[in-house]
Design a binder for this molecule. Structure first.
Ligand code: KG4
Ligand code: ZN
Length: 414
């Protein structure tokens, strides 16, 4: 695990006077009293530099984001030192933009909340060292944020959702099902045994060379697959969902990626085209892979709902399933989840797509949740570290009585 000190040593440290100059540009007055509970949230865990100011009522005062997607699409994936450099180049501008659009002076902030885990070490380091310098100057508390906790709690900014609820977090780096019992009380029910669904969709999109497709060239892999799938027939290729017999709530996406890869290689031979050119059947492949991904995610989630209901971990009526993370912005996957929640008398809630993918609002809101609950608000930041990887505890269980005609019907008929 890297320490902040190591990270800070690796970064060009803007001098104290540069930070003072940055604060003075807002007319910062260190003596002013705080009137509202306003939190500045900063996110740099992966390839988005994002910041937002949110208050206790959930009002978003201002936000700004710089996405690195287009740069990383060109290099065929995220190159950590490139991501770090882009965060360094943009963080000050993005924080300034979030503050100035909210018309908030830094002196009115109650705290700063920043993602410190999990993520890319080099990216996390930029957000953390910037935030620590800012809290030091402003003399306000710091709230370290767990990226997945922030994705899970975003829904409470938009809807009145009480604990406990079930959450499905599906993104480029993560895939998990958890019971959310409180602001920082998560019971992990299942996770991906290999890669995350977003990672798999990004790899398939790259293998299909969708960056060269005129309609998809600036889209993330998952978004490009969703876009292209609308023009394809999902039944054209029969790709079986993985882990059909596993009596748990874990996921797996590597097999799906390899099967799709084999189909693409086969089609390239048949069509007599080179790797890197777009197949005539690209839309059918996109539709089939999206469909199988949706089936797999829906089936594992179904098991988790039944398990929670059997054990009274969720209320019998009005239980809520929250789906978030970049992949949850996919409407085909949402539809599959809706079939599962309808069959189990649950309510499916998803943040709008722009709040499913990484953003500063979810980090600021998580800060508000923690401030309110009085959990993890630091007045002394000495020794604070970022944690690229997490060690998660998993609850093992099996569900034997899994029956739902609606779900089976949907899976068979597509
Ligand atoms: O949550 P997020 O912004 O970053 C991580 O924490 O990973 O998720 C990014 C992932 C990428 O893999 C991207 O391809 C995927 O979410 N994604 C989608 C869609 N939009 C973004 N996957 C499927 N359908 C989409 N519409
Ligand atoms: Zn994320």
């Amino acid at each position: 695990m890297l320490t902040l000190h190591k990270a800070a040593a690796a970064l060009p440290k803007p001098s104290r006077s540069r930070m003072c100059e940055f604060l003075r540009s807002f007319g910062f007055d260190p003596g002013k009293l705080f009137l509202h509970k306003l939190i500045l949230g900063i996110e740099t865990s992966c390839d988005d530099t994002a910041a937002a100011v949110v208050d206790e009522s959930g009002k978003v005062w201002g936000e700004a984001i710089h996405s690195q997607t287009e740069v990383h699409l060109k290099t065929g994936g995220i190159v950590p030192p490139v991501a770090q450099q882009l965060h360094r180049e943009n963080i000050q501008r993005i924080v300034k933009e979030a503050l100035s659009t909210s018309k908030i002076s830094p002196s009115e902030l109650s705290a700063i909340a920043t993602t410190v885990k999990p993520g890319l070490a080099l990216s996390l380091g930029v957000g953390l060292s910037f935030s620590l310098r800012l809290v030091d100057q402003l003399k306000i508390p710091f709230i370290p944020i767990h990226h997945m906790e922030a994705h899970a709690l975003t829904i409470r900014l938009l809807n009145k959702v009480e604990f406990p609820f079930l959450v499905l977090l599906i993104s480029g780096g993560h895939c998990l099902l958890a019971l959310v019992r409180g602001v920082s009380d998560f019971l992990l029910l299942g996770k991906s045994l290999d890669i995350a669904p977003g990672d798999m969709l990004d790899k398939v999109a790259r293998r299909l060379s969708l960056i060269k497709h005129p309609e998809c060239s600036t889209m993330s892999g998952g978004k490009a697959i969703e876009h292209l799938a609308k023009q394809g027939n999902k039944l054209h290729f029969d790709i079986k969902p993985p882990m059909q017999r596993a009596k748990n709530c874990d996921f797996s996406f590597t097999g799906l990626q390899h099967v799709t890869d084999r189909i693409i290689t086969q089609k390239e031979k048949e069509e007599g085209i080179q790797k890197g050119q777009i197949l005539s059947s690209a839309a059918h492949i996109a539709a089939a892979v999206q469909h199988t991904t949706a089936c797999h995610i829906a089936k594992r989630t179904h098991r988790a709902i039944l398990f929670c209901k059997q054990r009274d971990l969720l209320p019998q009526s009005n239980a809520v399933l929250v789906a978030s993370g970049g992949v949850a912005s996919n409407f085909y996957i949402r539809k599959a989840l809706e079939i599962v929640t309808n069959a189990t008398q649950c309510t499916l809630l998803c943040p709008p797509p722009r709040l499913c993918t990484d953003n500063g609002i979810m980090i600021a809101w998580n800060g508000i949740e923690r401030l309110r609950a009085g959990v993890g608000v630091l007045y002394n930041t000495e020794g604070i570290r970022y944690e690229p990887k997490l060690l998660g505890k998993k609850l093992s269980f099996t569900i034997n009585s899994l029956k739902s005609t609606t779900l089976e019907y949907w899976v068979r008929s597509g």
